[in-house]
Design a protein around this ligand. Structure first.
Ligand code: HEC
Ligand code: HEC
Length: 217
C-alpha cells in the first residue's frame, strides 16, 4: 500500500518537474473563444449550448481548462480515447486544425461553471470529503486535492482537469474506467489509473457525489 502511495507521490513530483521544464510553450497557447463558438453547433445536443450538459452521463465542459480540453479532443480525434457517443463527431473533429480545437477549448473554458448539488447523505458526504481532501494512506489512496485543488478547480497550467460540479454519473463511469485501465489515452491517464486502483465502488460513489457538489470558494 505504502509503495503504491510512494509511486503516486513520486510520479506527481516528476509531473511538476516536467511541467515546469517543458510545458512553457504549451502554457502560452490560448484559443479564441469567439472563433470557437462558431465550431460547436453539433456539440450542443449533448454538452448544452454553454457546455452544461443536460444528462448526468454526459460531461459538462463549461469552465474546464483549455489544455485539458484540447488534449482530450485530440485523443478523440485520433481514436485514442474511445466513446460510442463521441465517436459520432470524430469525422467532424478530423476536419479541424489544432488551432480550431484550441478555439473550441477556449469557448468552453469561457462559459460559466455551474456547481451541482450533492446528495444530502451524511455518511456518503463524510466519506467523499475525507477521501477527496485527505485520501487514505493505509489504503493507498492519495488526496485528490494535490492535483485537483481543494475547491475542485483543477490546475490550469498543468492541465489537471477541474472536477467541481462535474456530472455525477459521468464521474462514476470515468473513475471506473481508469480503475479498469480502460481509459488510457495519454500519459496523464496513467496517473489516474494509479490513483484509482484501490478505490471501491462505494468510494467512487462518495467521491462523485462530493465533487459534483463542491462549492467554489
Ligand atoms: C451524442 C452526444 C455527444 C455529442 C454530439 C458530443 N459529445 Fe462530447 N462527450 C459525450 C460523452 C458521452 C462524453 C464522455 C465520453 C467518455 O467517457 O469518453 C463526451 C466527452 C467529451 C469531452 C471530454 C470531457 C472530459 O471531461 O473529459 C470533450 C472535450 C467533448 N466531449 C467535446 C465535444 C465536442 C467539442 C463536441 C462537438 C464537436 C462533442 N463533444 C459532441 C457526448 C457527446
Ligand atoms: C497526481 C495528480 C492527481 C491526483 C492525486 C488525482 N488526480 Fe485526478 N486527474 C489527474 C490528471 C492529470 C487527470 C487527467 C487524466 C487524463 O488525461 O485522462 C485527472 C483526471 C481525473 C478525472 C477525470 C475528469 C474528466 O473530466 O474526465 C477525475 C474524475 C479525477 N481525476 C478524479 C480524481 C479523484 C477522485 C482523485 C482522488 C482520489 C484524483 N483524481 C487524484 C491528476 C490527479
Amino acid at each position: 500500500m505504502f509503495k503504491t502511495y510512494l509511486i503516486i507521490a513520486l510520479s506527481f513530483i516528476s509531473f511538476v518537474v516536467v511541467a515546469s521544464e517543458i510545458e512553457i510553450p504549451h502554457l502560452l497557447q490560448r484559443g479564441n473563444a469567439e472563433a470557437g463558438a462558431d465550431l460547436v453547433a453539433t456539440c450542443a445536443a449533448c454538452h448544452g449550448a454553454a457546455g452544461q450538459s443536460i444528462n448526468s452521463d454526459w460531461p459538462n465542459l463549461a469552465g474546464q481548462n483549455q489544455r485539458y480540453l484540447v488534449d482530450q479532443l485530440k485523443y478523440y480525434q485520433q481514436s485514442q480515447r474511445e466513446s460510442p457517443l463521441m465517436g459520432a463527431v470524430i469525422p467532424y473533429l478530423k476536419t479541424l486544425s489544432d488551432k480550431q480545437l484550441l478555439d473550441i477549448a477556449a469557448f468552453y473554458n469561457s462559459q460559466p461553471l455551474i456547481i451541482g448539488r450533492a446528495k444530502n447523505n451524511q455518511e456518503l458526504l463524510a466519506l467523499g470529503e475525507s477521501l477527496y481532501r485527505a485520501g487514505d494512506l493505509k489504503r493507498g489512496i492519495p488526496a485528490c486535492t494535490a492535483c485537483h485543488s481543494v475547491n475542485g478547480a483543477g490546475n490550469d497550467q498543468a492541465g489537471f482537469p477541474g472536477v467541481a460540479g462535474q456530472q455525477r454519473n459521468y464521474l462514476i463511469t470515468t473513475l471506473k474506467e481508469y480503475r479498469d485501465l480502460q481509459r488510457d489515452a495519454g500519459d496523464y491517464a496513467l496517473v489516474m489509473q494509479a490513483v484509482s486502483q484501490n478505490l471501491k465502488d462505494k468510494d467512487i460513489e462518495a467521491l462523485a457525489n462530493y465533487m459534483h457538489g463542491v462549492y467554489q470558494q
